[in-house]
Write a protein that binds this ligand. Sequence first.
Ligand code: AMP
Length: 223
Amino acid sequence: MIPGARLVLLGRQGAGKGTQCTRLSRHYVVPHISTGDMLRAAVKEDTPFGRKADGYMSRGELLPDDVIIGIVEERLAKSDAQRRGFILDGFPRTVAQAVALIDITMNQPIDVVIDLEVPRELVLERLAARRVCQDCGANYSVVSPPKYGWTCDVCGGDVVQRPDDTEEAIQRRLELYDTQTAPLIDFYERRGELVVVDGVGHPDEVTARLIAAVDARKARGLG
Ligand code: AMP
């Protein structure tokens, strides 16, 4: 049987986490759990919670820790994540969320936390060019668009610019990354759980680096 994995991916917005998590999720056959995708689904369904989340998201602000921790705890309790593991994308984003995650995964700890490193100038360029499928969240860009117009290759949905990829919201999200999320790198480094992977280069190269880093860490864990 293909062994599963329990991974956390950290990295600035636009570092390529979404694309790489999709690939890692296929490779290790584990669910890709993206808090951003879960929130966007709630916004699309136009539930009272979705409308509230939309307010935070369109301003580029973070949702309150207790709300997002509850969502992740519920998702990680599902049988696929319990059996095979998971790739967490977009969570944790604050030290309080990281502390809660230790508690949530007490019985099956995380294998490795990866910091996907991409310089700020490059992510700004990538975010301006980014386009996503409104329905399934597949990632594209103006330089690698879908095959037919702006129709998603995966599900046929409309491919658009994310509403929070405006200049103002991008600046706010990157600022929050530096103040709230970057301290997690230190937090995980001190716990000996962090691996830094260079996120610059062709997506295939980056995937190969990520798999090599995860496998090396898992082999060490088993040894
Ligand atoms: P993302 O797609 O990961 O960039 O997330 C989009 C937006 O969802 C963020 O800008 C936040 O408003 C919200 N969000 C996603 N994950 C979290 C989290 N772990 N904590 C708080 N807010 C979050």
